[in-house]
Design a protein around this ligand. Structure first.
Ligand SMILES: Cc1ncc(COP(=O)(O)O)c(C=O)c1O
Length: 386
C-alpha cells in the first residue's frame, strides 16, 4: 500500500503534555525586562509577583473571597502544601484514575497515614463513580487526568453544602476548561502547563473555608517550611500577596506574566478555552474517520481537551504483547520527531501503550490539523517496516 508523506509541517512541533508549547509568537526577548540580580523582596520584584496573582485571579474570574499564592515546587509543591497543611481534621475521600491521582492517594495513605480514608480508583480510560463520594470528608481529586486524557465532566456532583474541603489538582485543566471555582476549596496549578510558562512555580488558591481550616486547626505531623501556610493558626498573609515562602525565579515570573498578558490580548479565559476545545474537535473529527486510532477515554463528556490520549484499535497491532506495542509506538514517535513534525507525543510511561497530543490553547488549531495526517503516515510507515 502506498503511504504518501504529507508535505506541510506544523509551525511549532511541540505537542508535549508538560512543559507545554510556548504561546504563538513567544521568543526569548520577552524576558528582557526581568529584574535580574535583584532581591525578590525589592519593591520592583514584589510588584511583579503580586501582578501574577492579581492577573491570574482576574483572568480566571476567581471568586473575590479566594486568596492565591505563588508556591515553590510547581503544581506538586502547591498541592502537597495544601495536603500537609489542611488534612487530618476529617476523614478523606481520594479519587484516582491515572498516575497523578494515584500519587495523591499515596500521600494520604502512606505518607500522612490518615486512618479514615475511602479511595476510589478507576482504570486508565474511566472515571470512578462520582455518586459514591462522601462529602462529609475532605475530597481530593484531579480535574483532568493528564496521563489518561479523562477529566471530570463538570462540578455538579459536588454539593454546595459539603462539610469537608474539596481539594483539586487543576494543573492540566485550568485556562483550558470551564471550572466552577465555588465548588472547589483548594485549586492548584503550575505555570508550565496550559499557559506554556516555565516550570518550578505553582499556584495555590484557597476558599474562605480552606482559610478557616488554617486558622482553626494545626495538623499533628511536621510541616516543612516550604509547605507552611500558617504559623500558630495565623495565615501567612504575605504569601498571598507575592511575598513568596522562599526565593522565586524572576525569569519564570517575567515569562508567566508574558503568558498572562497574551491570554488577555486574545480575549481572556474564554478564548483560550475555545482554542483547546477546537483542538479536541479537530482530533475527534479525525478519530471518527480513523481505521486504527481511538480515544483512551470512551465517554465524550469526560474526554480531555488538553492531554488528548489515543489508543490503537487496529487488530494487527493488538496481537503484539504490551512491551512490543510500546516499542512500535516509540518507532512512530521517533520518526515524527526526526521529521521535525511532533516532539514528545508518546503516552505516559506508566499508562497503557498510547499517544498523547497536548491540545491546550498555546497549540495552534492549524498546527493540530497539520499534525494528524503525519500521524497516519507514521502509523502506516511503522506497520510497513515491522
Ligand atoms: C495532573 C497533574 N498533577 C501533577 C503534575 C505534576 O506537576 P508538576 O511537575 O508541575 O509539579 C502534573 C504534571 O504533569 C499533572 O499533569
Amino acid at each position: 500500500m502506498s503511504n504518501n508523506k504529507p508535505s506541510k509541517k506544523p509551525l511549532n512541533p511541540n505537542f508535549s503534555s508538560g512543559p507545554c508549547a510556548k504561546r504563538p509568537g513567544w521568543n526569548i526577548s520577552v524576558l528582557k525586562k526581568t529584574p535580574i540580580g535583584r532581591s525578590h523582596r525589592s519593591k520592583e520584584c514584589k510588584e511583579k509577583l503580586n501582578e501574577v496573582i492579581v492577573k491570574s485571579k482576574k483572568i480566571l474570574n476567581l471568586p473575590n473571597s479566594y486568596v492565591l499564592a505563588i508556591m515553590p515546587g510547581s503544581n506538586t509543591g502547591a498541592l502537597e502544601s495544601a495536603l500537609w497543611s489542611l488534612l487530618g481534621f476529617k476523614g478523606v475521600d481520594v479519587l484516582a484514575w491515572e498516575n497523578f491521582g494515584k500519587d495523591w492517594a499515596i500521600d494520604v495513605l502512606d505518607q500522612l497515614k490518615i486512618k479514615d480514608v475511602n479511595s476510589y480508583v478507576a482504570e486508565y480510560g474511566d472515571l470512578p463513580d462520582l455518586k459514591k463520594i462522601n462529602f462529609k470528608n475532605d475530597v481530593i481529586f484531579t480535574w483532568n487526568g493528564t496521563t489518561s486524557g479523562v477529566r471530570v465532566p463538570n462540578a455538579e456532583w459536588i454539593p454546595n453544602d459539603r462539610e469537608g474541603l474539596t481539594i483539586c489538582d487543576a494543573t492540566s485543566a485550568i485556562f483550558a476548561m470551564d471550572i466552577d471555582f465555588e465548588k472547589l476549596d483548594v485549586i492548584t496549578w503550575s505555570w508550565q502547563k496550559v499557559l506554556g510558562g516555565e516550570a518550578a512555580h505553582g499556584m495555590l488558591a484557597l476558599s474562605p473555608r480552606a482559610i478557616k481550616r488554617l486558622e482553626t486547626y494545626t495538623p499533628e505531623w511536621p510541616i516543612p517550611k516550604l509547605f507552611r501556610l500558617s504559623n500558630k493558626k495565623k495565615v501567612l498573609k504575605g504569601v498571598f500577596e507575592g511575598s513568596t515562602i522562599n526565593t522565586p525565579s524572576m525569569i519564570c515570573v517575567e515569562d508567566v506574566l508574558d503568558s498572562l498578558k497574551w491570554v488577555e490580548s486574545i480575549g481572556g479565559a474564554n478564548e483560550i478555552i475555545k482554542k483547546s476545545n477546537k483542538n479536541l474537535q479537530i482530533v475527534s473529527d479525525w478519530v471518527n474517520k480513523s481505521n486504527w486510532a481511538e480515544f483512551m477515554c470512551n465517554e465524550s463528556t469526560t474526554r480531555s481537551s488538553t492531554s488528548i490520549t489515543l489508543k490503537i484499535k487496529d487488530v494487527w497491532f493488538n496481537k503484539f504483547p504490551e512491551e512490543e506495542q510500546k516499542n512500535l509506538i516509540k518507532k512512530m514517535v521517533s520518526s515524527l520527531n526526526k521529521e521535525g513534525v511532533a516532539n514528545d507525543i508518546n503516552g505516559y510511561p506508566k499508562a497503557p501503550p498510547s499517544l498523547r497530543l497536548w491540545g491546550g490553547g498555546t497549540v495552534q488549531n492549524t498546527d493540530m490539523e497539520i499534525l494528524l495526517p503525519w500521524i497516519d503516515w507514521a502509523y502506516e510507515d511503522m506497520k510497513q517496516n515491522v
